[in-house]
Design a protein around this ligand. Structure first.
Ligand code: BGC
Ligand code: NOJ
Length: 792
């Protein structure tokens, strides 16, 4: 089995040792509003705030080979031209290594005695990427080499950049001053932002026009200027503006040259846009260049970034005898939760950054992965999300990060959406004890003057479900529930229609969801507890509604061995033994067992057994089974996928933790732990088969019915990050935040382990011996350090 790298836990890095990974293995840079995607060969792009509207570097979708374009450094040494990250020249290297760390990526290549070490990071408090390029002559004789930088500008809107060529090919504008190349397309009109790429020493040549640099018929792998050792000193007028610097360097034996590049983004006030007619005001760019002019400044900024991540990740650590568990919990899962929080589902190597904004349900779920690290930002996110809600509790499915407005392209009507606001807010208050957030005035649909308290938003979210019940007293599914692809009111014949935004029949629909029913009961219990805690008498009605829902599920949502999945438009069962295919679904098993519906009657244990029996395979639990073998118009997108992929019997990792938590709540430690290990990448043995990054969870792993079971896809931006975090930290390791303290209630067959947990102003240092007993121990919140040994 081929390995492409290894974990370096001490440095919190994943080290890639072979650049030809089965798929680009990427990392993310940035912590505030300037973000970058960077692959192990330095491909990728960056943007400020919005991956669609403020795209800085161009990225080629559907290109071959994929992942072409990025921030490339070319080294010309005699007749040899190479890149530290191997691509795009793919000149064989004597040594290659890519270290993806927390908010930085470091690529090192060596060729013929020259070593190039390039560190990429986005410094805290600045809107830029810093690239520190170090060239070292490891040989015994002096070396003369040329170093070229290269980046290609996107004309800001990543969507029109790929379409509107009749305009785009005439709008490109640049300025060049000193060693800084400025990209100012559309700055003359309504844009008040520009980008720049500069270096901290005088350059020996440059190019800003792509054709001059590459040549009309060459690709990135053979730029004609680099091959010739020249620069065209070209000024782009329209066509395709780029930025390339050239440095002619002589390196004595053993000597190192260090050049610092800054790729930045600047916004100016409208009245301060120009320093002279047509000339951009460069003050902010120069200021940024000056902030990273010396190696000492770069080191300080890099140290600051490291402390930032040390601070965040230090808030929860585990030490056990299982290294895969420790590295997942202490490093990569928390890191992925942060990235997912920043990006929602917008930009990855599976999400274009053009199509999707911040998901209402996605962003609420993401909160549970980060609230212990960045509670203030979680608070803001809750307010932002709630502000897009409608007065009847319904929601836009997504909102645009730049404007924070609901995005009508996707519309609404996903009937699980409102409940996730309760889910996110409860998680926030349990972690922080900040009940004050409930009093925050929050508008509807961002309309000033419509504000009601956040608590009111939660109440109408809850009511949105009880206002929309179907014939069995179960929640109407609407356009879809969590499973966007179960489109029961869609009935589309037209391949040009989106399954998710088309509702051809809604009137009279009997389509009900057992997943929403389970979610409603689980979240309703939490909501009632919250209301009681703040002395709100509505708790009584909430509990009644929850009890009624539990009865409805037991009466019409139980199929004999497992929970049904749904009723369709006509009121026919989905996810039942009666169905020829799609007999068992995971979502309702997860949610109804987390809600403990019918636990006393044994329903939860039976449902969990059925999940094991019908859904479990070598790589995890598949979403449904048997897979749908043909398209069923009444069900929509779910059956559009070939068997074993995505929502049609893929291992949709996001929902595996629901079963894991359900198992833990039922006290079934072995099952919970086995399910967890199967989806956690650190336990994965075959990197070639898995294909995607071995350090992050992916949305989907091909299921047992697929052509290649075990193949991973859609890595990074997935609710799996937050949900596995919740599963491992709360259900398995048993550290459960409550409104007034921590409940320690593990369910994991690994014996003794040690936890350090920062909780509000308290620091808990816990040694836990888990012997398999049921029940937990409550530790009331009290600031300060507490060292405890707990046997359970
Ligand atoms: C995918 C889902 C995704 C949805 C939203 C669907 O095609 O299968 O996983 O949530 O699109 O864009
Ligand atoms: C991905 C979406 O982002 C999420 O909202 C949805 O629940 C899952 N796909 C399942 O369809």
């Amino acid at each position: 089995m081929k390995q492409f790298g290894y974990f370096d836990d001490a440095n919190r890095e994943y080290v890639i040792t072979n650049p030809a990974t089965p798929w680009p293995w990427i990392n993310y840079l940035g912590t505030e509003d300037f973000f970058s995607l960077i692959s192990n060969t330095a491909g990728g792009y960056c943007f400020c705030k919005d991956a669609k509207f403020r795209r800085i570097l161009r990225y080629r979708y559907n290109g071959v080979p994929m992942d072409a374009g990025g921030r490339y450094y070319y080294i010309k040494d005699g007749d040899t031209v190479w890149n530290p990250g191997w691509k795009p020249c793919k000149t064989p290297l004597d040594f290659y290594e890519c270290r993806h760390g927390m908010g930085y990526t470091r690529v090192t290549g060596e060729k013929d005695g020259v070593k190039a070490d390039v560190l990429f990071f986005v410094p805290i408090g600045h809107r830029c990427e810093v690239h520190r390029v170090r060239l070292t002559n490891q040989g015994k004789t002096p070396k003369s080499v040329q170093l070229y930088s290269f980046a290609e500008w996107c004309l800001w809107n990543a969507s029109t950049d790929m379409e509107n060529f009749q305009r785009n090919l005439s709008t490109g504008e640049v300025e060049i001053e000193g060693s800084v190349i400025y990209h100012k397309t559309e700055y003359r009109e309504r844009r008040d932002h520009y980008a720049f790429f500069g270096a901290n020493r005088p350059m020996d040549g440059f190019d800003t026009d792509r054709k001059t640099f590459l040549g009309m018929y060459n690709g990135f792998e053979a730029p004609q200027q680099v091959l010739a050792g020249t620069s065209g000193n070209s000024r782009a007028h329209g066509w395709s503006p780029i930025a390339s610097h050239r440095f002619d360097l002589t390196l004595a034996p053993g000597a190192t040259e260090e050049i610092i590049f800054v790729l930045g983004y600047v916004e100016n006030k409208p009245e301060e846009k120009f320093s002279a007619p047509g000339v951009i005001n460069k003050a902010k760019a120069l200021h940024m260049m000056q902030a990273f002019a010396t190696p000492a400044q770069v080191n300080a900024a890099f140290d600051q970034l490291k402390s930032y991540w040390d601070g965040l990740l230090g808030r929860f650590t585990v030490e056990s005898d299982v290294p895969e568990l420790d590295r997942t919990v202490n490093i990569w899962n928390q890191y992925q939760c942060m990235i997912t929080f920043f990006f929602s589902r917008s930009a990855s190597y599976f999400e274009s950054g053009i199509g999707r904004g911040m998901g209402f349900r996605d962003s609420n779920q993401d909160l549970t992965g980060i609230v212990h690290m960045i509670p203030e930002r979680a608070r803001q996110r809750i307010i932002d999300i709630a502000s897009t809600q409608f007065p009847d509790g319904g929601c836009y499915h997504q909102y645009q990060p730049l404007t924070k407005r609901g995005n009508n392209d996707i519309g609404g009507g996903f009937n699980d959406d409102p409940l996730w606001l309760i889910f996110g807010t409860v998680a926030y208050i349990r972690e922080t004890g900040d009940f004050g957030i409930l009093k925050e005035p929050v508008p509807f649909d961002n309309k000033p003057g419509t504000e009601v308290s956040l608590l009111e938003h939660l109440k109408i979210s809850f009511k949105h479900v009880t206002d929309n019940l179907g014939p069995h007293g179960l929640p109407l599914i609407g356009r879809a529930d969590w499973n966007d692809c179960l489109n029961l009111n869609c009935f589309s014949d037209n391949p040009d229609e989106s399954f998710q935004t088309t509702e051809n029949k809604t009137e009279g629909s009997k389509a009900e969801s057992l997943m929403i029913a389970g979610l409603f009961v689980a979240e309703g219990k939490d909501f009632a507890e919250l209301l009681e805690r703040i002395g709100d008498s509505d708790a009584v009605d909430v509990k009644k509604a929850v009890a009624a829902m539990e009865e409805a599920v037991k009466k019409d949502g139980w199929d004999g061995e497992w929970f049904l999945r749904a009723y369709d438009y006509y009121g026919r069962k989905i996810g039942s033994d009666e169905c020829p295919e799609g007999k068992v679904f995971i979502e309702s098993q997860g949610w109804c067992t987390m809600a403990r519906i019918g636990a006393d009657e044994g329903l939860c244990d039976k449902a969990l057994d059925s999940a094991v029996k019908y859904l479990e395979c070598e790589y995890g639990l598949v979403l449904n089974n048997p897979a749908y073998s043909k398209f069923i118009k009444d069900y929509g997108e779910i059956s559009s996928y070939p068997e074993g992929y995505k929502e049609n019997a893929g291992i949709f990792c996001h929902n595996n933790p629901w079963v894991i938590i359900g198992e833990a709540m039922a006290g079934r430690a072995q099952d919970a732990w086995r399910h967890y290990q199967k989806i956690t990448p650190a336990f994965c043995k075959d990197q070639s088969l898995r294909k995607v990054e071995p350090y992050v969870f992916c949305q989907m792993v091909a299921g047992k019915d697929a052509a290649r079971p075990g193949e991973g896809k859609n890595s990074w931006l997935t609710g799996t990050a937050a949900w596995t975090w919740k599963a491992v930290s709360e259900a398995l390791l048993g550290i459960k935040p409550q409104f007034d303290g921590l409940l320690i209630e593990p369910c994991i067959p690994i014996g003794t382990y040690h936890i350090r947990r920062r909780f509000r102003d308290a620091e808990y240092d816990l040694t836990i011996h888990y012997t398999g007993k049921k029940g937990g121990q409550f530790i009331p919140y009290r600031p300060g350090r507490q060292v405890l040994e707990i046997e359970l």
